[in-house]
Design a protein around this ligand. Structure first.
Ligand SMILES: [Zn+2]
Length: 508
């Protein structure tokens, strides 16, 4: 092979690599690139994915990656995807480092629980004028999958390199509930944080009787704060003009007090995190900042949304996206349940408030598979939106297994059934297990059809943590890796369908 500048053909590289004792299984064709006279790329070996570097011996020694060098003309270095080498990758190929996606109207959080789904996600988003948040995990998900933020970002970085996706991607520390969790995510290199206010909210504020409101307001709220808040909201009309009708909101004394009681700790926490972000990154945070109140017991009314935003703004807190809890049901892995017309009306009001109070995005959580409302979301928001999906990439993995290794699927299905009782305590789902067909009555060819039925989808969706911790784990990964191209195609199709229904603009 000649010296690596310009890039040799794929066949030449393959032939060159095959001459070495490295248990080569595959070369990832899109990963090959040249830099400073060296040739870089990704391979799969019997010991997992590796980085290869080809070039003159002297240059290889200067190259920052650590690995085993095979002397030849030119020489070859084979490197593990270690934390150390991940840092070097981000130095040498800056596009592999997560970045703020503030300037892009449409963003989609794809998340990759297995560390195997990102290449498929990238293939889908490349077709549209959108940017992806490829690394997106909550502490809860990391607990279920046995990973941490650093490992999640490393997996995304190497996948981005493998696919040569140079346009920039985000990494989201999702549903963070304390300053310590925020610090942990930032230390790992996230470019976005989502704080979850659910544990800071006083839900009773909207259920206790009026007399109790007065008493608690006096007892719990600092008199100075109380005066300012009442002044901010009372005797005012908040009017929002929009092309599909105007919105006008007034607060009564009681409504202000209920909202203050609901939010006062949450507002303190949001301010604390915002200050911390500014401290860490300078006056203009380069970290995208989302607030989520989607995992709370009642839907977020436009009034409550407006209250929160005005109160935050008064404290100098700016956000980039807000995840309300919408009306209807956003269950995991299935379509929206509820009245589409009312959803549309309320969603429009949230958008109007967001446009007027800092032009942040409305963020849709549990956004997988909500096909009946995606067109409305796309239209009402005019494409300024953040959509979070994650779990259905796992479901596509299960679909792949049902197609390629039916007997493994059968074992997973039975495990899921036995874990379901425990798993369902942690999710809001209405799964009716009695409606899931008995798999012993199904032929192998019929198994993948289960992934198109709501009850079976939810069964397999919420038990992912149990399955990944079970003795089936290695076989699950082995199958997904063996058929990684097919897995990529399933994910590509799946995410493409989401973006298409949202009305995202296609690239030429
Ligand atoms: Zn959420």
């Amino acid at each position: 092979m000649t010296e690596p500048n310009p890039i040799p053909s794929f066949e030449e590289i393959l032939k060159f690599l095959q001459a070495f004792p490295i248990d080569l299984q595959k070369v990832y064709p899109r990963s090959v690139s040249s830099m400073n006279g060296l040739l870089y790329g990704m391979i799969r070996t019997g010991q997992g994915k590796k980085l290869f570097v080809i070039g003159e011996k002297e240059l290889l020694f200067k190259d920052p990656f650590h690995g085993k060098i095979f002397h030849h003309a030119p020489s070859l270095k084979v490197c593990d995807l270690s934390p150390e080498n991940t840092l070097s990758l981000m130095e040498l190929f800056p596009f592999t480092r997560p970045v703020s996606l503030l300037n892009y109207p449409t963003t989609i959080g794809t998340g990759d629980r297995l560390g195997l789904a990102t290449p498929g996600h990238v293939r889908a988003v490349k077709k549209f004028r959108v940017r992806p948040v490829l690394a997106q995990q909550s502490i809860r998900e990391n607990g279920q999958t046995g990973r941490n933020f650093k490992a999640v970002i490393a997996d995304a970085a190497w996948s981005v390199f493998q696919e040569n996706y140079c346009e920039g991607y985000g990494a989201d520390g999702d549903h963070l509930k304390s300053l310590d969790e925020v610090r942990l995510a930032l230390d790992a290199g996230v470019s976005m944080i989502t704080i979850d206010l659910s544990e800071k909210l006083n839900f009773e504020a909207f259920s206790i009787p009026q007399e109790a409101i007065e008493r608690r307001f006096k007892g719990e709220i600092d008199p100075g704060d109380a005066k300012v808040l009442l002044h901010l909201f009372l005797d005012k009309e908040f009017t929002f003009r929009g092309s599909r009708g105007d919105l006008s909101i007034r607060f009564s004394d009681e409504e202000v007090k209920r909202n203050v009681l609901l939010f006062h700790q949450a507002i303190d926490f949001s301010e604390e995190v915002h200050q911390f972000l500014i401290q860490r990154t300078g006056r203009k945070p380069l970290i995208d900042f989302e607030i989520s109140i989607d995992e709370i017991p009642f839907p977020t009314s436009p009034e409550t949304h407006l209250f929160l935003m005005i109160a935050l703004r008064h404290r100098g807190v700016r956000i980039d996206s807000l995840a309300p809890r919408f009306i209807g049901e956003f269950q995991k892995g299935i379509d929206y349940r509820g009245e589409v017309t009312s959803f549309r009306e309320q969603f429009y009001r949230h958008v109007l408030i967001a446009q007027h109070y800092g032009n942040y995005k409305i963020s849709i959580h549990s956004g997988s598979d909500k096909f009946s409302i995606f067109p409305h979301i796309g239209e009402m928001s005019q494409g300024k939106i953040h959509l979070k999906t994650a779990g259905t990439s796992w479901l596509e993995a299960v679909r792949l297994i049902s197609l390629k290794d039916p007997s493994l699927y059968r074992e997973m299905h039975l495990q899921a059934l036995s874990a379901f009782g425990e798993a369902s305590k942690h999710y809001q789902v209405t799964t009716d297990i009695s409606c899931v067909p008995q798999i012993k009555d199904l032929t192998d060819l019929e198994l993948s059809g289960l992934l198109d039925q709501e009850n079976a989808r939810q069964l397999l969706h919420i038990t992912y943590g149990f399955l990944l911790k079970s003795e089936l784990r290695d076989r699950i990964f082995k199958t997904l890796i063996q058929y990684e191209e097919d897995y990529g195609s399933l994910l590509d199709k799946h995410i493409e369908k989401h973006l298409e229904y949202l009305g995202a603009e296609r690239r030429e």
